[in-house]
Design a protein around this ligand. Sequence first.
Ligand code: BEZ
Length: 182
Amino acid sequence: MKVGYKLPEITFHTRVRDETIGGPNPFRWLDVTTADYFAGKRAILFSLPGAFTPTCSTYQLPGFENGFADFAEHGIDAIYCMSVNDSFVMNKWAEAQGLKNVTVIPDGSGEFTRRMGMLVRKDNLGFGLRSWRYAAVVKDGEIEAWFEEPGLCDNHGEDPYGVSSPENVLSWLKDAAKGAAA
Ligand code: BEZ
């Protein structure tokens, strides 16, 4: 349970499109910090074992993307999808998913995930070090609510999915809003 923790301050190395570069590959590096993403916002961060993997691509990421209006109605300013993948892979996944509302964060080195205590081995699938699946509501860089899939361990055979689903996070936000109004 990580409620009340501050997110680790990390610099992420992202690739961004820059039309001034021209040519067939108009992208450059842009360093973006944890503070750049989270300062002054109430955000959802969800992290998963790999870009392009079936559950993440079919349920978790589209659920957060398509549900953005509902999340916004419940006080969410931004939704971030993280994976221990580099920015080239994360950008291609974002493009393939047609993302408009969710921003991908490439934790290529796994440093953020390690400092969150969520880095696990997935050598059983030839993935190397990856993120255990979790989600969090984060207010100005501090964890307000924590949704971690059960059974965190190395080389898990199934990668559980449910606690960190968009439906579950939205349900928590609705209950929290009701509680605040009572
Ligand atoms: C998934 O479907 O999300 C998944 C598949 C293999 C490894 C990890 C996750």
